[in-house]
Design a protein around this ligand. Structure first.
Ligand code: SAH
Length: 257
C-alpha cells in the first residue's frame, strides 16, 4: 500500500449499516466516539493498528460526506469500505464476497456533454482501488472463506446455503437505488457486462479518496441477487452473515498491513 501520511495515521473502516460494524466495534478495546456531521466516528485500535470506524449511512452523498470528514479531519492514510451488495455477475451468489478492482457510478450520466458514467471534469468513469490494499483484503477474504465453519455456525451456513462461498475481484458499481427487480438488474448487466456487484456507496468514496490521493479499497458480501427477491431476509442476512464476515475480513486485512 502506498503510504500517503505518517505510518501512525489511522486507517478508516467505513460501513453503511450498523449491523455490519457491530462486530468490529465489539473487538475494539479502547473505542471512543466523537460526533461530527451527525455521525459517530469511533477512534481506537484493531489488531494493534490505529483505526477510525464510522457508519456512513446509505447512499452516495452520505458516503462522500463521511469520506471527506475522514480525510480532512482525521487524516486517515487509507480507507476501507465494508458492507453488502447485490450480485450482478454470473456466478456471483449470495454469501460470496467481492473485492473491488474498480468502482463506477452507474447512475452518473452527463451525456452527451461527457461520456456516459464519466464523472464530469475528472475524465474518469472507473476509479481504481489501491492494488496493494485490495490484495491484502482479498487474501484476508480467502482465509475467512477457507475457514467458514469457524466464522458461521452450521445452522446459519445451512439457512443461507453457504457451503460454496467464493471470492470475486473486479468491477463494483454504485448508485442511489436499491436494485430490487430482475428488470433493473438485467438493464445494469446489459450496460456494464463486467459488473460483479451493485451497491450504493463505494464509487462515491472512491472518487473522494482519488481527489485526496489516499488509497481506497472496498469489500462486499453478496446479500442478494439485485432481483425481485432482493429484499427477502436482507436484515437477517446482514446480522447473521455479513456482520461476522466483515469483522473477520477487516481484522485479517489490518493484520497484513
Ligand atoms: N432494507 C435496508 C435497506 C438498505 S439499502 C434497511 O432497512 O436498512 C441497501 C444497502 O446495502 C446499501 O448500503 C447498499 O450499499 C447495499 N446493497 C445491498 N444490496 C443492494 C442492491 N440490490 N442494490 C443496491 N444496494 C444494495
Amino acid at each position: 500500500m502506498r503510504v500517503s501520511a505518517a505510518e501512525d495515521a489511522p486507517i478508516a473502516i467505513v460501513g453503511a449499516m450498523h449491523e455490519e460494524l457491530a462486530a468490529l466495534l465489539a473487538a475494539m478495546p479502547d473505542e471512543q466516539a466523537e460526533t461530527v456531521a451527525g455521525r459517530q466516528f469511533w477512534r481506537g485500535h484493531l489488531e494493534g493498528r490505529p483505526v477510525v470506524v464510522v457508519l456512513s449511512r446509505i447512499g452516495k452523498v452520505a458516503a462522500a460526506t463521511t469520506a471527506a470528514v475522514l480525510l480532512a479531519r482525521y487524516g486517515v492514510r487509507a480507507v476501507l469500505f465494508t458492507g453488502v451488495a447485490g450480485g450482478l455477475g454470473d456466478g456471483v451468489a449470495v454469501g460470496d464476497v467481492v473485492v473491488a478492482r474498480e468502482l463506477l457510478q452507474h447512475d452518473m450520466d452527463a451525456s452527451p456533454l461527457f461520456p456516459r458514467h464519466e464523472v464530469p471534469l475528472t475524465g474518469i468513469a472507473r476509479f481504481a482501488a489501491d492494488a496493494a490494499l485490495a490484495d491484502a483484503v482479498a487474501a484476508a477474504t480467502q482465509e475467512v472463506l477457507a475457514a467458514l465453519p469457524t466464522h458461521l455456525p452450521a445452522e446459519v451456513q445451512a439457512e443461507f446455503a453457504l457451503t460454496q462461498a467464493r471470492l470475486h475481484r473486479g468491477l463494483i458499481v454504485s448508485g442511489d437505488r436499491f436494485v430490487a427487480t430482475a428488470a433493473e438488474s438485467a438493464a445494469l448487466r446489459a450496460d456494464l457486462p463486467d459488473a460483479l456487484a451493485v451497491e450504493m456507496e463505494g464509487a462515491a468514496v472512491a472518487q473522494v479518496c482519488h481527489d485526496w490521493g489516499v488509497p481506497f479499497a472496498a469489500v462486499r458480501t453478496i446479500s442478494d441477487r439485485a432481483d425481485d427477491a432482493a429484499h427477502a431476509d436482507f436484515g437477517r442476512f446482514v446480522a447473521r452473515v455479513a456482520s461476522p464476515f466483515s469483522a473477520a475480513i477487516v481484522r485479517r486485512a489490518l493484520a497484513r498491513l
